[in-house]
Design a protein. Structure first.
Length: 227
């Protein structure tokens, strides 16, 4: 019993994470089921000149492991970085859900017939079947890749791991390119994700929202009680 209490106390910061993902996934799949026909079509002229490159499905799928591994590492190794990461990622993901709810959106960029038949195009065909061409703006693949890379480069424990910083940058850039090269997103989705990430960078890393919240909480605790 004591061990259970200790584990709960030590890892209780994971509870908000579980609650948020339950809410996010429920909301996301609701949108996937309901936004199917009537939506704003997102398109930029530059989208017409971007080639279809199926090999980039690999970094697209690596995104899931990239973000999950980064959150897991900071969860166990660096609590401050974990809080900053969660604030960064979850704020953008929530904005995405709100935008998709109030302004249903989608695109018509996907090829009707795959230009080639290989393992990569088969993987993309499977992706297309499970992930509709709706609820795209801004791109969470892009936004969370930026957030994951920022978390790694701002980590105190990983400060001297330059090889890791470089590898993270290559992977993040590859993921961002994959979103348009396998026709999952318009360039507009990518650009707006960068704008949102820039704003959150100022909030989380320049303003340092975690320290600000702690200062407010500390001030409340030390405030003298009247009466």
């Amino acid at each position: 019993m004591e061990k259970l209490k200790y584990a709960f106390h030590k890892y209780r910061h994971g509870i908000p994470l579980l609650i948020y993902f339950a809410i996010y996934l429920t909301w996301f799949f609701y949108l996937e089921d309901t936004v199917t026909k009537h939506y704003k079509v997102i398109h930029m002229d530059i989208d017409n000149y971007i080639p279809f490159c199926e090999i980039f499905v690999i970094p697209y799928f690596l995104w899931f492991a990239y973000v999950a591994a980064e959150i897991a590492y900071f969860f166990f190794q660096e609590k401050d970085a974990y809080y900053k990461t969660c604030i960064f990622l979850f704020t953008g993901m929530t904005v995405f859900l709100i935008v998709s709810t109030l302004w249903p959106n989608g695109h018509h960029l996907r090829p009707t017939v795959m230009p080639r038949d290989n393992i990569f195009t088969q993987m993309i065909s499977g992706l297309y079947q499970t992930d509709t061409a709706t609820n795209l703006w801004p791109s969470i693949h892009v936004y969370n890749s930026i957030g994951a890379h920022l978390a790694i480069t701002h980590s105190k424990k990983l400060a001297n791991k330059k090889w890791l910083h470089f590898g993270s940058l290559i992977l993040a850039v590859s993921i961002i390119l994959s979103t348009i090269l396998i026709k999952q997103h318009s360039v507009f989705d990518v650009l707006t994700a960068f704008v949102m990430a820039a704003i959150m960078y100022l909030v989380v890393y320049r303003f340092d929202v975690v320290i600000a919240i702690r200062a407010i909480r500390k001030k409340k605790k030390t405030k003298p009680q009247l009466g």
